[in-house]
Design a protein around this ligand. Structure first.
Ligand code: URA
Length: 267
């Protein structure tokens, strides 16, 4: 929710003139708040107030923006980098404070949230929240039922604790065309034996998916995130493209960032 600001600042920020110019316009009676002419530049404008200037409604800048990016391989999940291209180069906005909420490895593709809402990003990435992330994974070798069980139970990847239980769906080679968001061309050069699967984890340890698959001896050769909490990579969003989240997606995302205690308080 945007903060309350003075009317002269509100209009100056909206590009209606310098602060001293808009003060004069206001004193001449050119501004209205909620249908009432206001002549005091210091009058407060709240988030719900409707402001007209010279009879035209002033559109508000949203407090935060949320982009869903289809990250291609070759970009690092950072705001700046000396060597590599960053995901920020794919965002058509010069808005200050934007950053990737979480990280995908340089060679990982898929869904990445870019926002300037630090509080929400913090909540979504907090280990306490257990926000689920699903990856389409292609590995070398045949992932067996026993591997699947080990991944599902939690596995040692060299951290203090084992990973939390994961969800695993081994895909038949024909499944790919049915799984809309994962539809993609298989590269021409593939190992003789490989496995494709969906892996859902609710943590975000460094290189977690790759380390989990290493732990069962099936190294990852391709990785793509297809969902994060309530967000799914849209089928029509091409690699390198992004779009703003809808109001509904933002609401669901904020809900995913809240603890179950906070959720029950709301009810
Ligand atoms: N796990 C990984 O190993 N890499 C990623 O980019 C994301 C999850």
């Amino acid at each position: 929710m945007s903060k309350t600001v003075r009317l002269d600042k509100f209009l100056a920020d909206a590009g209606k003139g310098t602060r001293s110019e808009v003060k004069k316009y206001i004193q001449k009676g050119l501004a209205e708040i909620n249908g009432q002419t206001v002549k005091k530049p210091e009058q407060k404008v709240g988030p719900e107030d409707r402001v007209l200037f010279k009879g035209e409604e002033i559109a508000r800048e949203p407090e935060h923006v949320y982009y869903l990016l289809h990250k291609p391989a070759g970009y690092v999940s950072a705001t700046e980098d000396k060597r590599d291209r960053t995901v920020m180069e794919l965002i058509p906005s010069a808005r200050k404070g934007l950053f990737p909420a979480g990280r995908l490895d340089k060679d990982t593709e898929g869904l990445l949230l870019i926002t300037d809402d630090g509080a929400l990003a913090h909540e979504l990435l907090s280990p306490a929240r257990h926000v689920e992330k699903t990856y389409f994974v292609r590995t070398e070798g045949q992932v067996t039922e026993e591997d699947k069980e080990r991944l599902e139970q939690g596995i040692d990847i060299g951290e203090k604790r084992q990973t939390l239980p994961a969800k695993v769906k081994l895909l038949e080679k024909e499944d790919i065309s049915e799984e809309g968001v994962m539809r993609h061309v298989r590269p021409e050069t593939l190992p003789e034996v490989y496995t494709e699967l969906l892996l859902t984890i609710s943590e975000g340890k460094f290189h977690q998916v790759k380390r989990m698959m290493e732990a069962v001896g099936k190294p990852v050769i391709y990785l793509k995130r297809i969902s994060m909490g309530p967000l799914t990579l849209p089928e029509d969003l091409k690699k390198g493209e992004c779009r703003l989240l809808t109001e509904e997606e933002i609401r669901k995302l904020k809900d995913a960032g809240r603890t179950s205690d906070e959720k029950s308080e709301k009810c």
